[in-house]
Design a binder for this molecule. Structure first.
Ligand code: FAD
Length: 277
């Protein structure tokens, strides 16, 4: 069982718990992006296991009729074992997603994986649609990657970037990342007719996105994590903005929880309050 200190950020350990969480979100007009926690597998059995877990989850989402989709990490379904393993496993997940009309997101990991992830993703999305990829504003290459995907079907989730990258490939100054992030978002509003997905909790970014939407008319969605600015998620949804909550679940919750705490000390305070209240 997940202890109270962590369950603010993680929906539970089982598919039924994540579905229940998404059902509750749906009552507030927020959709769910379900992520089974796991990464960097070096045993093919683990990568295959999580591939089939996602396929099962896609069926459960479709059968339950909830407004939800999935998001997978490349190294969770075999990227560390080879690009071909990742390709084979992602293809299986995407084919089931297409059959059951459940959208499949691909998270982006550190810069050493960007080429392989894009090279597997791009042909798949051009063939099947129904997929999206995360791209990171802190990487200097991202403008080109965004341009590369502008005419592809599917969606791009643009984020600031969560990995500590070397200065040869990444902007290190937070102000510069914020600036580039807004430039990329504006480019996407101009060129991504099917819509822009923004993964951010930043109120300034969300306010700009609303302005860009008014200016360009492009549809957009805001994505935030479970347990972070939940009230803002509900408020945006109530105001008619399309909101998705990224909902992690599974037995490997501990490292995810510690990452949230390292990222922002206040999160520990929130977690402690959750236990005391
Ligand atoms: P920050 O720059 O961290 O903060 C800006 C402002 O936002 C703060 O000043 C505050 O006002 C508000 N804020 C931020 N956090 C909190 C909080 N905990 N509580 C209250 N207010 C807060 N990164 C990847 O590298 N790959 C991925 O695949 C990926 N997927 C993601 C999916 C989603 C749905 C989201 C939301 C993020 C994802 N990220 C991913 C992480 C992302 O790259 C950033 O590291 C993370 O979102 C922090 O940046 P930020 O824009 O939220 O705001």
């Amino acid at each position: 069982m997940i202890p109270p200190i962590a369950n603010r950020f993680v929906a539970g350990e089982s598919p039924s718990e994540v579905l229940e969480h998404v059902r509750t979100l749906n009552t507030r007009n927020v959709a769910g992006i379900c992520n089974l926690l796991g990464e960097h597998y070096d045993d093919p059995a683990d990568a295959t296991g999580d591939t089939y877990a996602y396929i099962g989850l896609i069926d459960e989402i479709a059968d339950a009729g909830v407004d939800g989709c999935v998001s997978v990490k490349p190294s969770q379904i075999g990227l560390d074992l080879g690009q071909d393993v990742f390709d084979e496993n992602l293809t299986k997940i995407v084919e089931r997603g297409a059959e059951r009309d459940v959208f499949v997101w691909v998270d982006m990991e550190d810069h050493t994986t960007t080429d392989a992830t894009l090279d597997v993703y791009e042909p798949l999305v051009r063939e099947h649609g129904g997929m999206g990829l995360c791209l990171q504003a802190n990487l200097k290459r991202t403008r080109e990657d965004v341009e590369r995907l502008a005419d592809a079907p599917g969606k791009v989730r643009i984020v600031k970037g969560a990995y500590d990258e070397p200065s040869e490939v990444a902007y290190k100054d937070k102000g510069r990342v914020d600036e580039v992030y807004l430039e990329l978002i504006e480019y996407m509003f101009e060129h991504f007719e099917d819509g822009v997905a923004i993964g951010s909790h930043d109120p300034a970014v969300i306010a700009r996105a609303r302005q860009f939407h008014q200016e360009y008319g492009t549809p957009y969605e805001i994505q935030m994590l479970t347990g972070v600015r939940t009230d803002a998620q509900y408020e945006l949804a109530a105001a008619g903005v399309e909101v998705y909550q990224y909902v992690p679940y599974g037995q490997k919750w501990a490292s995810y929880f510690y990452r949230r705490v390292r990222e922002r000390k206040e999160n520990l305070l929130f977690a402690v309050r959750a236990i005391l209240s």
